[in-house]
Design a protein around this ligand. Sequence first.
Ligand code: AMP
Length: 191
Amino acid sequence: MFNLILFGPPGSGKGTQSIKIAEKYNFAHISTGDIFRNEIKNKTELGLRVQGIIESGELVPDELLIELLQNAMRKFHGKAGFVLDGFPRTCQQAKDLDDLLDKSLDCVSLVLALEVNEEEVISRLLKRAQEQGRKDDTEDVIRNRMKVYHHQTTPLEEFYSKQGKFESLHGVGSIDDIFENLCRVIDKHLA
Ligand code: AMP
């Protein structure tokens, strides 16, 4: 199994690129944000529990994540690997993921980060707010999500660099050009 984490701030294009990667390499695409949005839409117990947290731009507590991820992973069969989009977001989640994969003698293969500067990301998210009306895409919430990203998620860069698994790429440009660059790195690791 090739287990890829697509890393980067909100609005860096992780969602768009993960879907394309999953399609090309026959990977299962798992977006924890999409899973939560679906739970909220269906008004499930979990959805009601996390709605306020997500709408404020904070992170859902770590203990809710690993089981959610495990269930999502179980659903896929016959895939060549996973592309994780929006997970892990804290060092605790990264450790939980290592433990989970370790149980099946598996591991994270590669963490690919999309580098996009903060102003670009904020302007992309504001545009998405107008187009899609996501409740967590208002300017205040966007700024909070960026703050949360810097405090809680960027330490993962060091976590995975220490494991020799972290690579970053310039994330500004056309979707196709960025995709091509991502594929080049993935192909190098698959070879
Ligand atoms: P995303 O679509 O990945 O930006 O996720 C939207 C929101 O869902 C985030 O701002 C968090 O509130 C929540 N969320 C998604 N993934 C995670 C995660 N791995 N850990 C904690 N909260 C998460």
